[in-house]
Design a protein around this ligand. Structure first.
Ligand SMILES: [Fe+2]
Ligand SMILES: [Fe+2]
Length: 161
């Protein structure tokens, strides 16, 4: 059904989704420290979503008769220069995830693993949404600059997620 190469790549992505959630927690901790609890809430919800993504890989790997193995994780960043820098880092990270999903699809296509190709379609759509939601926040933060009222309103908006 799937080669070792494909199963290893799926397992790497299981770990990378967990790492993504861990990165978001580093970002959330910075926002909480600056009393921007709406920003922090948004990022914590994001971290929970990444856990759910990881679990999709977890279940799929076993559906494909593979074996999940946890890996060592990188140290996430806990300090940023601004809220804009937080969301720029989030967008960069999501772009990296997108490129990894694309790479996984390439491997699945090489192996003609149709269940994997189909499984990954959900992530193609999800990545487009995630990149766009980060771009939207960056656009707003660029307009707000250091205006407190603007930041306050955006914090409220993100807190309602
Ligand atoms: Fe994800
Ligand atoms: Fe994500």
């Amino acid at each position: 059904m799937a080669t070792e190469k494909l199963l290893d790549a799926l397992n790497d992505q299981f770990n990378f989704e967990l790492l993504s959630g861990y990165y978001y927690m580093g970002m959330a901790s910075y926002c909480s420290d600056k009393n921007m609890n709406g920003f922090a809430h948004f990022l914590i919800e994001q971290a929970k979503e990444e856990y759910e993504h990881a679990m999709k890989f977890y279940d799929f790997i076993y559906d494909m008769d593979g074996r999940v193995r946890t890996q060592a994780m990188n140290q996430p960043e806990n300090d940023y220069n601004s809220f804009l820098a937080v969301f720029e880092a989030a967008l960069e990270h999501e772009k990296l995830v997108t490129s990894r999903i694309n790479k996984l699809i390439e491997i699945a296509e090489e192996e003609k693993s149709y269940p994997t190709i189909q499984f990954l379609q959900w992530f193609v759509e999800e990545q487009l949404e995630e990149e766009n939601s980060m771009k939207d926040i960056i656009f707003k933060l660029e307009g707000i600059k250091d205006n407190f009222q603007g930041l306050y309103l955006l914090d409220k908006e993100l807190g309602a997620r």
